[in-house]
Design a binder for this molecule. Structure first.
Ligand code: GRF
Length: 204
């Protein structure tokens, strides 16, 4: 593996989490990851415009009219063509095919705006309010075949205030996401590149 982990970020929309990852790297180029590619299933996604401003390579193709498997095969080919080692989903609004998830097992991260396992899927903030939760928050997790059910790597809690509605809560959780994702990605890249992985005692 290269000294720095080559990361692709997958976006479908505004890409604010991708920007947080890029800013984190820009502030300290010695980070353990390089953002080598921003890829999208939405060619007009705002995140792609911003990625270009950061000077990061982009790849985009509309999934419309394609089967999930065919689209993911093209995405996979683009990732491999750019020597990507780790994929970070950041507002990627398309379910991935089982074959893709399998091929990228342990190399596929996502950020989800709830304290998993609570509130998987969409509309998390409204559901947290409806449930009367004391805390909302965000989770970075490994992606597995089941939606938002993979092992959680990191979480940040956000207290729900009496005056909160879904929008105000979403805004505060998003600020937490922008702190959590760069820190979690950095830690995971250090871990997989072996720099700080625990060594077993030598029993010979
Ligand atoms: C974030 O809330 C993220 O947790 C969820 O989708 C949203 C993407 O926002 N998966 P952005 O595109 O990163 O601004």
């Amino acid at each position: 593996m290269a000294e720095r982990v080559r990361v692709a970020v997958l976006v479908s929309g505004r890409g604010s989490n991708m920007v947080a990852l890029a800013e984190h790297k820009r502030r300290d180029p010695s980070r353990s990851y390089d953002l080598a590619l921003i890829a999208s299933n939405v060619p007009e996604a705002r995140g792609l415009v911003v990625a270009k401003r950061f000077g990061i390579k982009t790849w985009a193709k509309s999934h419309k009219g394609m089967s999930r498997e065919d689209f993911d095969a093209e995405l996979d080919a683009a990732l491999r063509a750019h020597d990507i080692e780790l994929v970070a989903l950041a507002g990627y609004m398309r379910l991935l095919s089982p074959g893709f998830v399998d091929a990228w097992q342990d190399r596929l991260l996502n950020i989800h705006p709830s304290l998993l396992p609570a509130h998987r899927g969409l509309d998390t903030h409204r559901r947290a309010l409806m449930a009367g939760d004391e805390f909302a928050g965000c989770s970075v997790h490994l992606v597995t075949a089941e939606l938002d059910a993979g092992p959680v790597l990191a979480q940040e809690r956000v207290r729900i205030l009496p005056r909160d509605d879904a929008d105000s809560l979403a805004a505060r959780v998003l600020e937490a996401e922008h702190r959590l994702y760069p820190a979690a990605l950095e830690a995971y890249c250090v871990f997989i590149s072996g720099a700080s992985s625990p060594r077993l005692p030598d029993r010979s």
